[in-house]
Design a binder for this molecule. Structure first.
Ligand code: ADP
Ligand code: MG
Length: 383
């Protein structure tokens, strides 16, 4: 979808309250009943209906009809809006430019702040793939089920931000992390092309060994990238140095399948260099040797990340989710992916949480004020 931050100015305070109320209601309701939105927003119902109408017209909420009741759900557009509004309140980004990446699990835009500095905004889109098959098979989300796409996307962004921060602090070649809100992260724009787009290289052997050293250095710091491939390695202008991106799937060297992930990362690079540059080397890192390697002192970034606030529980939940997406995709076959995605975008059909608005209406939770209380999580972020 097209993001338009100029839109930020055209959402009134009341509309913002209603949008936030819809987000809060989504926590327990796949389709948020209109009276609950009214209740949570703290506005009179006449005003609420007008606001809902204008939000729906702009695709920030979507009307859902089902057999029991009518209501609304927050769309990705609505969530994107809330995240960008939070970032622009803090002044870290104030305008949106071109889309530079569209992936299965994220959209990536160039954005800017008031000083005209360009940055990258990555919006996570977990849960839009094979969501249904997971929902049916797993119960680990518990009450989170009704908003799991939002929750998982948020966890993905939080995890990526936590890793990027720790890696950056320890001098790894990654973009500088700038800010994080809801399902998004804001980071330094690297002037670079993905390795994927590099047709020729003056010294593939040197690049190969730089990349392998990076894999080893990460492992010695306690981490495995898990998706170390030509799409996630940027070759920076003008020095040709590699910069590593895309961290939601990083695992600790303590993970039960760590060696498998490590070998897959190594293999990705070997295969790519053979095919693209006709370069092959007998030298490549082995997991155990890498860990035992004498050299720079090993430290435990996986432990540091945990200490930074992205805990073991969240990590486990996200990991389990990602594993089951992979599992489900495997079972369905690659071809079904698109179809699932379509269905998920389109609507909310059968599985709807009981229309018992009372359970939340009784609570004291309300949209608080312009500063924007974020209703979808335990730890509210600064508006
Ligand atoms: P995805 O989960 O969709 O793979 P990525 O983080 O890999 O998300 O980003 C997708 C694409 O966006 C990358 O291949 C790269 O071209 C571009 N990109 C992402 N982050 C940056 C950045 N910090 N600087 C420049 N380009 C970036
Ligand atoms: Mg990527």
């Amino acid at each position: 979808m097209k993001l338009d931050a100029t839109d930020l100015r055209y959402v009134t305070n009341d509309e913002f309250r209603v949008l936030t109320a819809t987000e809060m209601g989504s926590k327990n309701h796949e389709v948020v009943p209109t009276p609950l939105i009214a209740q949570l927003s703290g506005l009179r119902s006449g005003g609420v209906n007008k606001c809902i109408g204008s939000l729906a017209k702009r695709g920030l909420v979507a009307k859902v009809q089902n057999s029991k009741y009518d209501g609304y759900r927050l769309t990705y557009g609505g969530l994107d809006y809330l995240a960008m509004r939070a970032l622009s309140k803090r002044g870290t980004m104030t305008s949106v430019g071109n889309q530079i990446g569209v992936g299965k699990e994220a959209d990536v835009y160039v954005v800017a702040n008031d000083e005209g500095e360009s940055m990258v905004l990555k919006l996570h889109r977990l849960g839009r793939i094979s969501f249904r098959s997971i929902k049916n098979n797993r119960d680990y989300l518990g009450k989170r089920k009704s908003a799991s796409w939002m929750y998982m996307s948020r966890l993905g962004a939080e995890k990526e931000y936590a890793f990027m921060k720790v890696l950056h602090e320890h001098g790894f070649p990654v973009p500088r992390p700038i800010d994080q809100a809801r399902h998004t992260i804001l980071m330094e724009l690297i002037d670079a092309y993905p390795l994927r787009q590099i047709a020729e290289h003056p010294n593939p052997g040197q690049l190969y060994s730089t990349l392998m050293s990076l894999i080893v250095r990460l492992a010695r710091a306690g981490l495995i990238h898990g998706d170390f491939n030509e799409f996630n390695i940027l070759i920076r202008e003008p020095d040709g140095e590699p910069v590593l991106i895309d961290f939601p799937q990083m695992v600790s060297v303590g993970h039960e399948n760590a060696e498998w992930y490590f070998n897959r990362d190594v293999q990705c690079i070997r295969t790519f260099f053979r095919r693209r540059f006709g370069y092959e080397s007998k030298l490549y890192p082995r997991f155990k040797a890498a860990l035992n390697d004498e050299g720079e002192t090993a430290f435990e970034l996986d432990v540091e990340v945990e200490a930074s606030g992205f805990g073991r529980k969240e990590m486990g939940l996200l990991q389990e989710y990602m594993d089951s997406v992979r599992e489900a995709e495997g079972e369905e076959g690659e071809d079904d992916g698109e179809e699932e995605e379509e269905e998920e975008e389109d609507g909310e059909e059968e599985e709807v949480v009981e229309a018992d608005a009372g359970e939340t209406l009784g609570g004291e939770e309300r949209v608080e004020d312009e500063a924007g209380k974020d209703g979808t999580e335990e730890h509210p972020e600064a508006g």
